[in-house]
Design a protein around this ligand. Sequence first.
Ligand code: ADP
Ligand code: ZN
Ligand code: MG
Length: 479
Amino acid sequence: MTRDDYEVIIGLEVHSELSTKTKIFCSCPTTFGASPNTQVCPICMAMPGTLPVLNEKVIEYAVKAGLATNCTISKDSKNDRKNYFYPDLPKAYQISQYDKPLCEKGFVEIDTNNGKKKIRITRIHIEEDAGKLNHDDFGGGSLVDLNRAGVPLIEIVSEPDLRSTEEVESYLKKLKAILEYIEVSDCKMQEGSFRADVNVSVRKKGDPKLGTRTEMKNMNSFRSITRAIEYEIDRQIEILEEGNLVEQETLRWDDVSGKTFSMRDKEDAQDYRYFPDPDLAAIKLSDEYIENIRKNLPELPESRKQRYLEEYKLSEKDANIITASKYLSDLFENAIKVCNNPKAVSNWIISEISRILNETEMDPIEIPFDANQLGKLVILIDKGTISSSIGKKVLEELFENPRDPESIIKEKGWIQISDESEIKEIVTKILEANPQSIADYKAGKDRALGYLVGQAMKETKGKANPKMLNEMFLKELNG
Ligand code: ADP
Ligand code: ZN
Ligand code: MG
């Protein structure tokens, strides 16, 4: 039997840090990157006798996320203690939600090779993040940083509806876009504010029963997620082909070796001894409260996409790429306000900007330049001040050290040569150096013209106006 005889089943638990100013049960700030243990207080350090107070914004943000993913919002929910010991969890329990999550039974629609597909969302619940352990390279051992302890999270659990790595990527991108659009999380994957536990199993095609799953925790890059799933599929099929059983366990993906390693046996809900947190009141929401949030939901990616198809006549594919990120989409709209050239702005985003983002694994939110600078770059090309090949170099500068595009081209001497006599001088020089091309052209080989233009561009390091070069060569060759 081969891989084609198996079906892959994937379900995701996505953790997303909410961008509230303060933590979920105390008023410590949530900003990322502060010195260790400077954003802590007796509550999030779990001092005996302290009491948690639920941050109302957390409820609001979680309800927003639930509504934007078509969930039913529970008017009657509560917080539970999930008991386990780990050094980054000083209370020895995490306040989470067990049997009464805030949101249930939603779905997200994704695009697949075979059209649209609904991925069902089982539940969305609120919980607190744990602290962080840092390995001490000098003294040995680990150091605990509790700045992250008590940062609010939502956990979005999907049904096992995903069937391939493409679908996983599409689902994660859609979910990330939705959370960005409704402004409940900045979803910075590199900072861990959008991360996924990936559950994978395989079964023989046609088998009605799900196979045993393994789980890889806290994955925060699309590339590793895809690699890890591919690896896990092959590993599980090999085990089954040898007549053995896949063990249900928690695995760790190692990006360097490209393999998964066993971390621990999978724990069941009963291992956590869940019980309602006696320090917190039940969460009761009114219909008005929920309806009010629903009414004020901002524009979602799907509707922006439709608007781009109609207003700017973008292709479906291009509109998908741009609206997949709120930051790209805002960049697009704001740059158009500057240069009034939607086609050009979308081309820059889809080709060069996307290429650089991919190569550097940069998240759109981390793009260092602003819409005004992108808009001005487009204007410089539209006016013929620079060629589009110089434009690419300006864009690279914008990524490296963002500043006004006009200053960049002045500083670098990249202004396009559009002076007729200068163009003529270059053309004459190139023709003198390439008599064979002249002969070829006269013999009817049109390609010679392209070659000559190419030589002239090389000579001027891409600065000559290509249209003028072309015309001048034609004039000289034919005249
Ligand atoms: P736990 O917290 O114990 O991992 P959850 O119910 O929170 O349990 O999450 C289970 C996740 O695993 C869900 O996303 C679900 O879709 C997925 N899942 C369940 N069974 C399978 C399976 N056989 N194969 C792949 N994924 C599965
Ligand atoms: Zn605190
Ligand atoms: Mg899990």
